[in-house]
Write a new protein. Sequence first.
Length: 224
Amino acid sequence: MNILIFGPPGSGKSTHSRRIVEKYGLEYIASGDIIRAEINKGSALGLEMKKYIEKGELLPDTVINTLVLSKLRRKRENFIIDGYPRTAEQVLALENFLYDHGIKIDLAIDIFISKEESITRISGRRICKNCGAVYHIKYNPPKVSGKCDICGGEVAQRDDDRPEIVSRRYDIYINNMEPIIKFYKKQGVYVQINGHGGIEEVWERIRPLLDYIWNRERKRKEFR
Ligand SMILES: [Zn+2]
């Protein structure tokens, strides 16, 4: 079972990806994690990428393609890709790769939330500068304002979680996704999920789809 998962900032796609990974034993390939790892390594490529991110801009396609496809090269089937592809160029690179290796995408899940919801969810987020614990001023505030429950460190907003940056990230996202959604619709694998509501509610909209694909693929294998 090979899956793509999309969603604007705050859609909860990473949370749901992790559930999918746990339930179906898929490999989790998250472009964000791969990029962060490269930045933390402090490589020349990482430093270059950091500049783009700080400006709230998208990274060059060639860089992302290289990073993500090198992961796929190691794990050919049973994966979920989070945050990729995001441009027409990236779709092309991924499709060429899949075609060359005789792999297909079974499902492209798009978790949709409105811009207002995206800003509410992300701009309320606060992160401990010391241990990385995540809070939300509305849904999950620290007991003492500005202080981490776990380690007592300073809890603050990340630069790219500010409302004006989130708003920009959302617009860029919607704009870039248009041709990609069109492409996967044409392939007959695209499904949009309503991402409003609680995590459990959204999960119950996603799970039946995955069960269906999972059973279909299993039967196919038994038949062979
Ligand atoms: Zn902390």
